[in-house]
Design a protein around this ligand. Sequence first.
Ligand code: ADP
Length: 492
Amino acid sequence: MSLSASALLDFASPFHVCCDREWKVASVGPSMAEHLDFDPTGRCLSDLLEFTRPKVSHPDGLNKLPRQLILLKLKGSGLDLRGQWNDMPWPGLDSGEAGRVLLCSPWVTSEDQWRQTGLKLRQLGPQDSSGEYLLLLAAAREQALDVARLADLATIRESRLERLVQRMREGLLLIDSEGRIESANPAACMLLGFRSTKIEGSLLDDLFSALPKQEDSSEDLEWLVKKSTGDNFKARGSRYSIRTRQGETHALLFRDVSEEEQALQMRRTFLSMVSHELRTPLSAIKAPLGMSLSGHLGQLAPKVRDVLEIATRNADRLHQLVDDVIDLERLESNALPLNPSKFKSGTLTQKLLDGLGTTATDAHVALDFEDDDFSLVGDQGRILQVITNLVINAIRHSPNGSTVHLRVLQQGSNARCEVTDEGPGIPEELRSRIFDRFFQVNSGTEQPTGGTGLGLAISRLIISQHGGQIGVETGPRGCGSTFWLELPIAGR
Ligand code: ADP
């Protein structure tokens, strides 16, 4: 037995409705009929279905229905459906008559909802040549429903995202290709002091003026932003390009950082003030300690010498901390300009070895070096300060009897310096923080190293002032660490 056209339609779309051009119902699919508690024949389509998107509040509105992506509810049962319609003759229509078929599928997002639809594969008639066709059709329908479920999932995600955008504290602007604001989230309106309807259409450049980026800012951009009141504030954020089928738009994510900046500035001023104030009394403490230890004030009993040596070490450490804080503050406020000159890398390496030879020997660590001896331009003193810091760190963290390797190489237009040790290394999750101010890795087993936690922060500022980069990775043999830096040979 071969299947009739109407059986096929029932099978392929159990939630269909056949109507005439005036939207009068002629017949409905079996699942639609199961969910209705009245005979829909001859009734208007809007008597059985509620159109939720687009909304149709009067039967005349049916003539404006789009052909696809219609969201509906089956009246009475409240079952959600998604539909599309087409002008086509339905099975049983007299030839020449025009008909309309609305094909719906349940809009389900969970297995439970799926079961509520009562949809299952129907066995239609004995297996024959159409059996294979039926299976294909069934598979196609399942696939179509899968796609619908995926689309629903996407809709749910979209609405979650929408809620997030509405509630987030960062301002979010969508900008069209001409640089006009297309839409703004509530935070953006609040930060800019506009109502959302007022801000749309404004030119971004009228409100946002780009500022030069701070060296240590992890965000992409900084702006001076003009509010509707005429006041300005400093913002930080990022700009993204979004390609859609309609063309390219941009998204701007920003936050007001003026309070943060103010607090940072106050902290810097305070630190710098305290550091400067500490310098003089510290020198006054260190001088007599030095005089006593040198024997200028007479012979010292061994116990007194021990105590004075401890006091000197701590005074030295405090002095180092004060110097580091002052350095950092000057570098951050650009009050320490570079003094570039042309020099040979070999001179630098030699100065470094001369300065640190005894430190390495005292720590029972060997120093090994390799240098391409090439010319480069930069602030020699500052670059030496950075590499010295890396080598001292490497020595401090090296086990007795191990070797610290220093390599100064020319790589194209860059100078690359690597300091490798056989110490405990830096855990991967801490590598991004190791260059932050006052950050020290606390392995729990390590002895205090006497450092200040500022050396790498200072190094990063110096290297980025030179237009270079600094980083850390695991040593070449899978243990220890390799601190590296790269600088343009020709200088900045
Ligand atoms: P510090 O004055 O404490 O050495 P740095 O900024 O130079 O300050 O280093 C920050 C921290 O990074 C150190 O306290 C130490 O925990 C870790 N560190 C630096 N270099 C090494 C290294 N070669 N091996 C292991 N840990 C290191």
